[in-house]
Design a protein around this ligand. Structure first.
Ligand code: 5GP
Length: 234
């Protein structure tokens, strides 16, 4: 009689690449993380957003953003060419849909770096997307980073701080929170998440924010805890 192994058959590995969304408050260091990813992990394809914001020194069209006019943005939105879009601090930003879907269909891992409103839209339209929140080590550190940039007028900065406050409160909606203590660590953790592998250091990031926030109030069953194998419930 053939032996049956009820309940012990391992699940087939999920090899389908997921869309990973990195979000978090402005000034937390998302773009630094992304710049590091671009350099150290060229295997991860980074979506290039369209924006009506003017280029900052050193930013290149087609590399950091597609810099578009208001009319061009209107057309992208009207033609349904954006996977998501949002207005942030007086400018519009959006993710070109076709390029993202094409990469995912080709089996390439895709990373979006977008604001919270955009992350919510992606969650609504692509339920298997992995949402990652990048948190600052502390509020004071975030304020220091935001004011230290020195490239924005005072009213823009004020709007950004107000938005950042709201965005920090939204961390509970995300599956995973990574605390940006070092760009190298965050990139390593992000690559581990993108590759769906177990990275013990992810455990160090989560409790900081869970402890401050109390109970997780996000959608049930979506949050991933990244417990290492020896600490998982049997
Ligand atoms: P910045 O002007 O500093 O480059 O970006 C401002 C904010 O816009 C950041 O929080 C950044 O993550 C967000 N952002 C950049 N591209 C997109 C996008 O395509 N969609 C959305 N929703 N937000 C974006």
């Amino acid at each position: 009689m053939a032996a049956t192994f009820r309940g012990t058959t391992p699940e087939p590995p999920d090899v389908r690449p997921r869309l990973t969304v990195l979000s978090g408050p402005s000034g937390v260091g998302k773009s630094t993380v992304v710049a590091h990813m671009r350099k150290e992990h060229p295997e991860v394809w980074l979506s290039v957003s369209a924006t009506t914001r003017r280029p900052r020194p050193g930013e290149r069209h087609g590399v950091h953003y597609f810099f578009v006019t208001d009319d061009e943005m209107d057309k992208l939105i009207a033609n349904g060419e954006l996977l998501e879009w949002a207005e942030f601090a007086g400018n519009r930003y959006g993710t070109p849909r076709a390029a993202v879907l094409e990469r995912l269909e080709n089996g390439e891992p895709v990373l979006l770096e977008i604001d919270l409103q955009g992350a919510r839209q992606v969650r609504a339209s692509m339920s298997d997307a992995q949402l990652v929140f990048l948190a600052p080590p502390s509020w004071e550190e975030l304020v220091r980073r935001l004011t230290g940039r020195g490239t924005e007028p005072a009213e823009v900065l004020e709007r950004r701080l107000a938005t950042a406050r709201e965005e920090l409160a939204a961390a509970a909606e995300f599956e995973v929170t990574l605390v940006n203590t070092s760009v190298q660590d965050v990139c390593r953790q992000l690559v581990a998440l993108i590759e769906n592998c177990d990275d013990r250091s992810l455990n160090f990031a989560l409790p900081v924010w869970k402890a401050e926030r109390g109970r997780h109030s996000g959608p049930p069953g979506r949050r991933r805890h990244h417990q290492p194998a020896d600490r998982r419930a049997p």
